[in-house]
Design a binder for this molecule. Sequence first.
Ligand code: GDD
Ligand code: MN
Length: 377
Amino acid sequence: MKTKIDLTIVPPTFNEKDNVGPLLSAIGRVMKNKKINYEVLFVDDSTDETPEVIKKEIKARKDMNIGMIHRPKKRRTGLATAFIEGFEKARGEYVCCIDSDLQHPPEVIPRLYKKAIDDEAEIVFGSRYMKGGSAEGLGTFKTFYGIYRRLVSLGVKYFSQILFIPTRQTSDPMGGLFIFKKTILKGAKLSPVGFKISVEVLMRTKHNKVSEIPYKFLKRENDDSKATLNQGLEFFKHMWNIFTTVPEAGRFLKFCIVGGSGVFVNLGVLYGLVEFYDVGKNMAWATAVIISIFTNYFLNSLFTYSDKKSATRNESMRRIVIYYLISFFTMFFNFLVYRSMINFGFYYIIGAFAGIVAAMVMNFVLVTKLVWKLRIR
Ligand code: GDD
Ligand code: MN
C-alpha cells in the first residue's frame, strides 16, 4: 500500500544551480522528526546546469523523496505555468510554494503545515508584514534600490487589497511563501499569466479559512533577483486578467464604471430629445433618467454581476423592477444628502459630490444584496 503524502513542497527553479543543494539540505534538516510525510517537486526552466544538479541530488539523497519536472524549451512559459504544472503533479494533501533561492527560509515550511492543521485552514500565508515578520531581503531603507523595492512591494500589496477583497485575507498576499490544501484547486481555473501565484490561489479558488504566520524574507545569497521591469508590466497584465475574468474582483469599481457610462447615456438622451425632437425639458429629463437606469441595469448584469445571470424571464423582470425602485430611492437619498450638506454650510458643489458618492455606495450595497442577492465583500 502506498503511504499517503501529507505535503508537496514545490520550489520553482530558474538557473539556481548553487542553491539547489543548500535548499535540499535545509529542507531535510527542518523536516526531520516532524512526522510529516513530504516530497519535494522541482519545476525547472533553467538554461544552465541546474537540472543536472537536481538529478545528482536526487541520486545522492536516497532518504528524501525528490522529483523534478524539467520543462522543455517550448513549455517554458513563465513562473505561473511552472507552478500550475507543479500543482498538477503534486501528490501531497497540502502544497507549499517556496522560492528555491533561500530567500524564503525553509524552517517556515513545517510551521506553515502545523498552522494549517491547528487552524484547520485551507490556505496559510507566510507574512513579511505582520508582527514578527520582516521584508529586509528587499533591501534596507538606507539605499535607493532598497527604498525602491520596498515601495514597489507595498504599493503592489495595497493596490491588490483595495481592488480585490479576497487578498485582504492575509497581510502579505504577494509574498509567494504559502501552503494550501490541494482540494481547493478542484474546479478552479488558474491563469497562466504573471508571477503572483498566491494571488491566483486567493482569487480563483473557493476556500474556507485563511491563516498567516510571520517570517523574515532573507537577502539573496547567490545571484540576483530576476525581478525586472518586464515583471512589473506582467503584474499589471495579471491584475487586469483577474479584474476581467473573476466576477467578484473589483466589483465596486465595475459598478462605478457602469455608473459613469450611465451619466453619458443620460446626458446624451436628454440632449438628443431636447435638441432634435423638441421634447420639453422635464419630459426629456424623465425619459433620460428612465433610459439610463435601464442601460445601467443591463450593463451591470452583463459586466458587474456576470456570475449571477437571471435563470428565467420572470427573474429578469423582477430584478429590473427592484432595480428601478432602488434607483429612485437612491436618487432621493442623493438629493437629501445634497440639501443637508448645503444646510450645514458646505459649498453646493461639495454637497452635490457628497450626494453622488453616498448614493453610489448605497446603490451598490442595495443592488448587490437585493437584486443580485450576493454577500457584500
Ligand atoms: N521554473 C521557473 N520558471 N522558476 C522561476 C522562473 C521561471 O520562469 N522565474 C523565476 N523562477 C524562480 C526562481 O528561481 C526563484 O526560485 C523563484 O522563482 C523566485 O524568483 P526570484 O527571481 O528570486 O524572485 P524575487 O526574489 O524577485 O521575488 C520574490 O519575492 C517576491 C516578493 O517580493 C519571490 O519570492 C516572489 O514569489 C515574491 O512574490
Ligand atoms: Mn528571490
